[in-house]
Design a protein around this ligand. Structure first.
Ligand code: BGC
Ligand code: NOJ
Length: 841
């Protein structure tokens, strides 16, 4: 069938959509049913968005070390240094209308037409538009009235500066005289305060005006030793630094008075809202092109060195950055360095399979998302305000699982940081702030799965690197100097904490909650607004979690392996005993006949049982207990997976539970507050789906594993972007389940454990390449569709070229450098740099 996207300049044939589709450049429906808003450009590792009007803002991240920016497909978003709450550099207004408003706003005034290179905020109809989200950069290409623009935004590898390179070209046959405005709105550093404490904030804003540079120096004279700056690499024709003056009374960023009049007011901010807005008056001859480089930078000075002799701020570091990035060559070089770093990082795992949707996830986007979740945990996205949660303990531990092969040294440091917020009894703070790495006392502790995730990520790190020495690192409790013990001792406290806190059925106590933050069995909340995660109105000391039991068996075994490697016989023995006790407890009290129970509540009633009216079966214990192999001799994992397929599988993956709760159950907590099909109340909570993918491979269902993977993996549902609504290149936290009104709608994209777990499931279970303490296991579970694949995997510096030929024959044959192997294992051998592996199935 012939399918068309009608663009104002060139109609495009779209091979994927099964309908005739007409959409204008703005995403407005002209006819038919729009399903796609762009395409994957795999060669350039980009997703190219072809209409500004995506169903939700489709965003990207800039930065990968200390400075970060969120950037949407219309250049919306903000920038911060290390910590989105405590060191916010630019302002973002939440819950705005439209949702995505405020960002890197550039204005081109060409006669009476004012337009923006990324469409927002003026929404002037463009002659062409595209947004290319790449790895750590975004490029916006547009044209209007014979002027074309290209705006490139990125943060270089090792400098705290967000670069905006704007190229403008006159494609007409006449001289063009235009005014170009580059703007940024400062945040007064503490994002929460900036958004709430106006009686103070409207008095403290300060700037210093330099040559083509505006410095944002609020609080610099007192307790801050840092400031930010905005610069353009060309002499300006005018500036403003006071928001109200620049915008004008009753206007907004869509029609700033300065811009509509083509002037500047030379305003100097004093209190209120400091901004930086530069005007450049530019004449472009026919065919002429001009490049402007804008820098949004951040610098810190020593306390003693904050001012220069003449009393002005010490801007030496800022000037050095400005100098460095004032030339196109240097900017291009920095972009190139960034691209090369990504090539290097991604090269550690590359696949070529018959399915390009699979390959682009594995080779590019899934690994990219893993890096992002590693960097930001759940702090700053378009759904996480950056003002609340810092780094989550369990989140950060799990993020390492999908990230550790990329930069193991960073993972190592993260493990130490995380372990440092553990308490002596083995319990842990639930979150910490990245800037000071201190545990977050407001949320506190009591999430009883947390300690086990530390075992999970430490063992994954050691398997990837072979670096057992980390277990001897001295790590404090609660960041308290003098309390240091070995990391191995921290792990011991972790497992002991679970083992020592068991309930009436011999299962681990759940505490405030386990992985499911919303299954709050000791909360009993009646007060509106009370946090389900922190309130504990009735600590029963009875509510138990079958999920944690599964985790204990799975990761307890890892702990025992490590104990053996460390010659800790006693520890190994004790935890092995506890594992078999807990395994027995699950078989006896945690099995509901056809699936694993979810929990026992504070009154010892079953949760997730056929006896319940709603919430009869939950996904989490099926995944975790099956991965742990609990009750294998009774075929429990197989039976549990069959039940789950029967009751939980839907079009977009496996739902968290069924039937969804329709009433508030005080004894179950937040989970029952969500309307059916959303969030923890029965959405496809993507984080949990890879567990099922893994479990399916363990019980021998390779086709099913791949089928489930495809259902919730974004590149496979790109064709229904109108339904899915979220970015087709990254995982969402949830996809609304079948009981929801908006069935299939993805929400909370980007910062989710779905990223790391999906990479683990695809790489270690479907492709079957599993790092172990002393080598690699190669145990693929390939669907028929993958008749021939090639994977290049770097493991501890050795490059494995793995070719798999899959006839689905039920046989397994492996040759390693031409020599037939007896088993599925390749012992690590550091005398080689490359190893050729051939597998026939
Ligand atoms: C959400 C959870 C989240 C928790 C903690 C709940 O409202 O549903 O997904 O983990 O809050 O912030
Ligand atoms: C999101 C949280 O970040 C994560 O820690 C939790 O496991 C899930 N929600 C499920 O509640």
């Amino acid at each position: 069938m012939q399918i068309l996207f009608a663009f104002s300049n060139s109609p495009k044939y779209n091979e994927y959509v099964n309908e005739i589709v007409f959409v204008d450049t703005y995403g407005h429906l002209l006819g038919g049913k729009p399903m796609k808003y762009g395409y994957f450009d795999d060669k350039n590792r980009e997703y190219v968005i072809t209409v500004p009007g995506t169903p939700l803002p489709w965003i990207n991240y800039l930065g990968r070390n200390d400075m970060y920016g969120l950037i949407s497909n219309t250049a919306g978003g903000y920038t911060f240094y290390k910590d989105a709450k405590l060191r916010r550099l630019t302002r973002f207004r939440y819950n705005n209308v439209p949702r995505d408003f405020g960002g890197r706003y550039y204005y081109i005034k060409d006669g009476n037409t004012i337009w923006n290179p990324a469409y927002m905020p003026c929404k002037t109809k463009l002659d062409s538009y595209s947004c290319r989200h790449g790895l750590g950069y975004s490029i916006f290409e547009a044209s209007k009235n014979d002027i074309s623009s290209s705006l490139l935004c990125f943060i270089p590898l090792n400098d705290n500066v967000e670069i905006h390179k704007l190229v403008l070209k006159n494609n007409s046959k006449e001289l063009k005289s235009i005014n170009v405005y580059g703007t940024t709105e400062w945040c007064l550093y503490n994002a929460v305060d900036d958004f709430s404490n106006f009686q103070r904030n409207y008095n403290i804003g300060e700037v210093e005006i330099g040559k083509n540079t505006i410095y944002h120096i609020t609080e610099y004279r007192e307790r801050r030793n840092h400031f930010s700056f905005f610069n353009v690499n060309r002499d300006i024709d005018g500036f403003d630094s006071d928001l109200d003056t620049f915008i004008g009374q009753m206007n907004s960023w869509t029609n700033p008075e300065a811009v509509t009049k083509g002037i500047s007011f030379s305003s100097k901010a004093s209190g209120w809202s400091p901004i930086a807005a530069f005007r450049n008056d530019i004449k472009l001859q026919p065919g002429e092109e001009i490049t402007l480089i804008y820098l949004l930078g951040y610098t810190e000075n020593d306390k003693e060195d904050k001012y220069l002799a003449d009393g002005s701020i010490n801007n030496k570091k800022a000037l050095a950055l400005i100098e460095k990035y004032s030339t196109v060559e240097n900017v291009n070089q920095a972009l190139d360095d960034l691209a090369q770093q990504w090539t290097k990082d991604l090269s550690k795992f590359q696949i070529s399979s018959p399915n390009k949707k699979f390959d682009r996830m594995i080779n590019i986007w899934n690994q990219y998302q893993c890096m992002t979740t590693y960097n930001l945990s759940r702090s700053a996205s378009y759904f996480e305000s950056g003002m609340g949660r810092g780094m989550g303990f369990r989140d950060s531990c799990q993020d390492i699982l999908g990230f550790v092969h990329i930069i193991p040294e960073k993972a190592r440091q993260r493990i130490i940081d995380i372990a440092s917020i553990q308490f002596e009894d083995g319990s842990t703070y639930h979150q910490y702030q990245p800037l000071n790495k201190k545990g977050n006392a407001d949320v506190g502790s009591g999430f009883n799965d947390d300690p086990l995730w530390l075992v999970a990520c430490t063992s994954a790190y050691i398997k990837e690197t072979g670096d057992l020495s980390i277990l001897n690192d001295q790590v404090p409790f609660n960041n308290t100097l003098g309390s240091e013990v070995s990391l191995f001792e921290h792990l011991t406290r972790s497992v002991n904490f679970i083992s020592d806190n068991r309930g009436p059925h011999g299962l681990p106590l759940i505490g405030r909650a386990d992985w499911n933050d919303c299954l709050n069995l000791n909360c009993f909340s009646l007060s509106p607004g009370e946090s389900f995660q922190t309130a504990s109105n009735y600590d029963s000391h009875k509510a138990e979690s079958v999920f944690i039991a599964g985790m204990f068996v799975l990761y307890g075994k890892e702990y025992c392996e490590l104990a053996k490697l460390m010659n800790k016989e006693k520890e190994n023995r004790e935890i092995s005993t506890a594992i078999s006790e807990i395994e027995k407890a699950v078989i006896k009290n945690g099995w509901d006949g056809k699936w694993y129970l979810r929990a026992y509540d504070a009154f010892e009633n079953k949760v997730g049982s056929k006896e319940n009216e709603e919430g009869k079966i939950f996904i989490e214990p099926q995944g975790m207990c099956a991965m742990a192999g609990i009750g294998e001799s009774f075929e429990m994992p197989k039976q549990a997976i069959e039940s789950l397929e029967k009751y939980l599988l839907c079009d977009y993956g496996v739902q968290l539970l069924s039937p969804c709760y329709s009433k508030y159950h005080i004894e179950l907590g937040e989970i029952t507050t969500y309307p059916p099909g959303y969030k923890e109340n029965g959405s496809v909570f993507c984080h949990t789906n890879p567990w099922i993918v893994i479990a399916e491979t363990l019980v021998g269902n390779k086709e099913k594993a791949y089928e489930i993977y495809k259902k919730y993996t974004p590149s496979f549902i790109e064709d229904i972007s109108e339904i899915h609504r979220s970015e087709p290149y990254v995982y969402c936290q949830t996809i609304a389940g079948k009981e929801a009104q908006n069935y299939g709608e993805g929400k909370n994209s980007w910062l989710t454990g779905a990223a790391s777990w999906s990479f683990v499931a695809a790489s270690q279970s479907i492709l079957g390449i599993q790092p172990t303490y002393n080598g690699l296991i190669l145990d693929p579970h390939l669907p028929k569709e993958f008749d021939k694949i090639r994977v290049v995997r770097t493991f501890r510096g050795v490059v494995y070229n793995i070719n798999i030929f899959n006839k689905n024959s039920g046989i397994y044959e492996m040759t390693v450098d031409g020599i037939k192997s007896k088993d599925k294992f390749i012992k690590y051998d550091n005398t080689k740099t490359t190893i050729d592996v051939e597998i026939r199935l």
